[in-house]
Write a protein that binds this ligand. Structure first.
Ligand SMILES: Cc1cc2nc3c(=O)[nH]c(=O)nc-3n(C[C@H](O)[C@H](O)[C@H](O)COP(=O)(O)O)c2cc1C
Length: 229
């Protein structure tokens, strides 16, 4: 088991980095000095070859076989880029913990059942927002956006005034087809721990990922190496 309080990595790097990634994420959540310790910067790169990055929340790490989960709009800019190129990278940075995790890999959509479950657990105003927002599409003004939310609520049969004043739970709001989870299957992990005088500790693990027939992923063995700061 990795010593979560120790800044540097063990002298002999573990064969599989996933437990340490999990430990670092959990440690960051326990020692959260900011509202979203599970925020990661996700970079995608579509056909243009110009990378784009934005913050998303990491809603899960499955250490075996090794992927991260996040939720978004499949028709957003990132969603469209992922159709053209399913490779992506993510970075976590916890300034107060002097740690960074860099991830690279391959994206697949989460199973629909997983997206349904996550969507169903969200508060209704966020479910409504997912319906109302065609994420990354232009809108004239915030007022137009609020009107769009109100129109969407009506279409879904929600009485917003009643819901907001009475705290009534609306009838089930189904998940829009275009909103759901992605899995970022990890082919490369770098754990970075800050050292004195810029002599940081960096462990890099890589492995092969192979898509199998039903869009599952086969994972190869990990190779590890230490990098100069
Ligand atoms: C702290 C934080 C958390 C966010 N979490 C998410 C998220 O989990 N999913 C999401 O789609 N957008 C999230 N966003 C908004 C994205 O950064 C981004 O604006 C949005 O996904 C549209 O990106 P795109 O146009 O590149 O697709 C978050 C933003 C911040 C600042």
């Amino acid at each position: 088991m990795h010593d979560e309080n120790k800044q540097s990595l063990p002298e002999s790097l573990p064969e599989n980095p996933m437990q340490t990634v999990d430990d670092w994420l959990n440690f960051a959540k326990k020692n959260a000095a900011r509202p979203n310790p599970d925020a990661m910067i996700l970079a995608t790169c579509g056909r243009s070859g110009l990378p784009s990055s934005r913050v998303v929340l990491c809603r899960g790490l499955v250490t075996d076989p090794g992927y991260l989960v996040f939720f978004t709009n499949y028709l957003s800019k990132k969603g469209r880029e992922l159709v053209d190129n399913s490779k992506a990278s993510a970075v976590f940075h916890w300034d107060q913990l002097h740690r960074q995790i860099r991830i690279e890999g391959q994206i697949t959509k989460s199973p629909k059942s997983e997206s349904d479950e996550y969507f169903a657990a969200r508060p209704w105003p966020r479910q409504l927002s997912a319906w109302a927002s065609h994420q990354s599409e232009p809108i004239g003004s915030m007022d137009d956006m609020q009107k769009k939310v109100a129109r969407t609520a009506k279409k879904l049969g929600l009485d917003l005034a009643k819901l907001e004043s009475g705290g009534l739970a609306p009838a089930d709001i189904p998940r829009p087809e275009y909103w759901g989870g992605y899995r970022l299957w990890i082919s490369s992990v770098e754990l970075w721990a800050e050292g004195a005088n810029r002599i940081h500790d960096r462990g890099l693990w890589t492995r092969d990922l192979n898509m199998d027939d039903d869009s599952g992923i086969q994972t190869g063995p990990w190779q590890s190496t230490r990098l100069q700061p």
